[in-house]
Design a binder for this molecule. Structure first.
Ligand code: PNS
Length: 167
């Protein structure tokens, strides 16, 4: 069985992520979407929220499952018998950023990285841009699933509340 991992922060999942995950699911028997849950990094959504949103967003894509991970992505690949890391490329700058990581990961365990071009419609979409635009009241409904949009708008409003959305 061929198995690939799509690792990322997914804070939150976008239609760009889903584009890559859908393509990966056509190429591999199983795709594990691995959400980095490094607790030292500040995120808009907690790990369990990101996992739950990914599970819902990928519900209709056959052969996809979702997991959280800490530590090295290469260790995750070894532990889950994953042969390939899938990364989406939006632009040449993504390649410059991803190539040394792909080479380091290969040097560590021999795991291969497969780069997939994003579709033209999502090549400018990123979680960070979506969050920035939404935080200034911009319309990002075209870039995330509807239920994610609702959660995003609510979370931004919470953070603006006088108590800072303390949870
Ligand atoms: O969506 P992001 O923020 O680009 O995802 C980054 C992620 C989680 C894929 C990356 O930080 C990662 O692989 N973290 C695991 C730690 C690791 O293996 N680092 C060495 C990479 S060569």
């Amino acid at each position: 069985m061929s198995r690939a991992v799509c690792p990322g922060s997914f804070d939150p999942v976008t239609l760009g992520h889903l584009d890559i995950i859908t393509t990966a699911a056509r190429l591999f028997d199983e795709v594990v979407v691995a959400i980095g849950v490094n607790p030292s990094k500040s995120r808009l959504f907690a790990p369990e929220e990101r996992i739950e949103m990914l599970e819902r967003a990928t519900d209709g894509i056959a052969g996809v499952r979702v997991a959280g991970f800490t530590g090295l992505v290469t260790d995750f690949c070894t532990e889950h018998d994953v042969q390939a890391i899938v990364k989406g490329l939006r632009a040449a700058s993504d390649f410059d950023y991803e190539l040394p990581m792909a080479q380091m990961n290969h040097a560590l365990t021999g795991v291969e990285t497969v780069f997939l071009p994003t579709s033209t419609g999502t090549s400018f979409v990123s979680s960070s841009l979506v969050k920035e635009v939404a935080s200034f009241g911009g319309d990002v409904t075209a870039f995330v699933p509807d239920f994610v949009h609702e959660r995003l708008v609510a979370r931004i409003a919470e953070r603006r509340a006088p108590d800072g959305g303390a949870r």
